[in-house]
Design a binder for this molecule. Structure first.
Ligand code: HEM
Length: 526
């Protein structure tokens, strides 16, 4: 069993967060996992830099995990790597690259027209040959995909989305205020305990839909929509899910899929529904683009416009973006509320700053300017500190590709798993100083600290990773998070329903606060 049982009994990443502070190391901790498989856990900025940036081609996303989740997370940008992606990539290679690869003299027999159209190489060359060319060009599929999608995440574009973020945040605030009022039954100081995680999941889905895909899912008003319930099932924290992920690493996909776990069945049903939803979103968007003869600036329109994706590819991209873009931000916002409830002094100061700078959501939309959100340094300090202290993606994996490599000059054989653990790094005193384990937004205030938090290296803040595979939605997520936290702290006093209960992370794919009740009390004047 190696360390598997110890890891399994704790929330994701908690074992590594303990080891980083208790196991003396020079930048790498090596441990044995299930079936005594070798895993390495990088702890220093230098080791993380090698894995995520310098040698990112040699530390790939584990193909077994990609296969396990691709039914319901798609094989979009998040998982574009490995053999599957090379094959799919041939089609896109033709479409995406500004300069197509120079195809050398054909070797071997030509492929049939059917194969040619199937793989879309369009050159009539045999597949192996194209694959070799593909590798030789060193323009991986991932780079092409990422390049095609980047315009949707540019600084200018995120700025253009501010009014949408603001409008949706105000709608969210109106609905949640109504719930609190409704539950208070006319008491003079309306307050109520709300399921804050569920609310944030729904508002984040609506924001992603509106700002990212040009489609309002109306998850906030239709709480029993198929999409909302499907995602809440897929991301429901469960031990079965953890077991399935481990089994997928060691056993063939068909075998794990056929095991009689209820979770298996739920995931397969979810996959069918999610694919259907994505297909109809694409269809709707294509029709709209044909009618209006122009493309909007949302992610889906940008992807269609690039011409680099077939409809099947687009389904995979959407399957990736939908959860990657809403569950994570929802988790961050839920942690934000819990931590503010736990720290009334920080909450008080933040509310004063928000109220002083941002227009009240009660004022007519037309006369408000959401751009003032950038003028509240303490809000950004609090948001950064929440993201440091409780990174929603607490852990992710890499695997040493094809031929083995070295890390900090140590030889690392092919196939070795690498665990990259934002939770551990973000709370490590070696990176953040002795108060690393304390929630302290002050570390992001003061000269030169607004972006570094006072840490010595970029790699000390791992919430969105770094390098060519960092989170493409970082600015989108940070802006959305700032709006959501601002409106909720502006309107409500927040306290933990049971202040004696420790805040603990759940076991899900994203790290959320587990079973925590938050009492919201409406405050006048904003
Ligand atoms: C607080 C919110 C978020 C957090 C903490 C977060 C975190 C991450 C992390 C850690 C990764 C790297 C995963 C890995 O390589 O193993 C990632 C990748 C990704 N994220 Fe985010 N994310 C957030 C929000 C978003 C949003 C809002 C979007 C889209 C609108 C998004 C889209 C993606 C995509 C497409 C990737 C794959 C990028 C690539 O491999 O090139 N994320 N995210």
């Amino acid at each position: 069993m190696g360390q598997w049982k110890y890891i399994f009994d704790l929330p994701q990443g908690a074992a590594m967060a303990n080891w980083i502070q208790t196991v003396p190391n020079d930048g790498i901790i090596r441990y044995l996992d299930f079936l005594n498989s070798e895993v390495i856990f990088p702890t220093s900025a230098k080791a993380l830099g090698e894995i995520l940036t310098v040698k990112s081609d040699e530390f790939i996303k584990p193909p077994a995990i990609n296969r396990a989740v691709k039914d319901f997370l798609g094989s979009g940008l998040l998982f574009s790597e490995g053999e599957d992606h090379k094959v799919c990539g041939i089609f896109r290679l033709r479409n995406c690259l500004e300069t197509p690869p120079q195809v050398a003299t054909p070797i071997g027999p030509k492929v049939s027209p059917v194969e040619d159209s199937l793989w879309g190489s369009g050159t009539g060359l045999p597949l192996n040959h194209i694959q070799t060319e593909f590798t030789l060009t060193k323009l991986s599929l991932f780079q092409a995909q990422r390049k095609n999608l980047m315009p949707a995440f540019s600084f200018r574009h995120i700025k253009a989305l501010y009014p949408t973020f603001w409008a949706k945040s105000c709608e969210f605030l109106g609905l949640i205020t109504a719930e609190v009022h409704g539950a208070s039954k006319g008491r003079p100081s309306p307050s109520s305990v709300v399921d804050i995680s569920a609310w944030f999941s729904r508002v984040a889905l609506d924001i992603l839909g509106t700002a990212g895909l040009g489609h309002d899912f109306r998850a906030m008003t239709n709480t029993s929509s198929e999409l909302t319930t499907t995602y809440s099932k897929v991301f429901r924290p469960s031990k079965q899910m953890q077991i399935l992920v481990t089994l997928n690493i060691f056993f063939p996909r068909w075998f794990v899929k056929s095991l009689p776990f209820t979770r298996n069945k739920e995931l397969q049903q979810a996959a069918v529904l999610l694919r259907k939803t994505c297909r109809s979103l694409i269809h709707e968007k294509r029709l709209k683009m044909q009618e209006t003869k122009r493309a909007d600036a949302d992610i889906l329109s940008v992807a269609i416009e690039s011409g680099g994706f077939t409809d099947d590819d687009l389904v995979d991209q959407l399957l990736t973006f939908l959860p990657a873009g809403h569950e994570t931000t929802a988790a961050a916002a839920a942690w934000g509320v819990c931590l503010l409830a736990q720290h009334p002094d920080i909450q008080f100061r933040l509310r004063a700053d928000v109220r002083a700078q941002l227009p009240s959501p009660l004022t007519p939309q037309s006369s408000t300017s959401p751009f003032q959100i950038d003028q509240i340094p303490y809000l950004h300090a609090v948001c950064n500190e929440v993201l440091r202290f409780c990174p929603p993606a607490s852990l992710t994996y890499r695997e040493v590709a094809s031929h083995g490599t070295t890390l900090l000059n140590e030889p690392i054989p092919k196939g070795t798993r690498v665990v990259v653990c934002p939770l551990a790094i973000n709370r490590d005193p070696a990176h953040w100083g002795p108060d690393a384990g304390v929630f302290n937004p002050e570390r992001w205030t003061g000269p030169g600290k607004a972006n570094s938090g006072g840490a010595l290296s970029n790699y000390s803040f791992m919430t969105f990773l770094h390098g060519p595979r960092n989170c493409i939605g970082t600015s989108f997520a940070k802006t959305e998070f700032a709006f959501l936290l601002a409106v909720i702290v502006g309107r409500f006093d927040m306290e933990l329903e049971d202040p004696s209960k420790e805040l603990t992370p759940s076991r899900g794919v994203t790290m959320k606060p587990a079973d925590v009740g938050i009492r919201l009390r409406v405050l006048d004047g904003w």
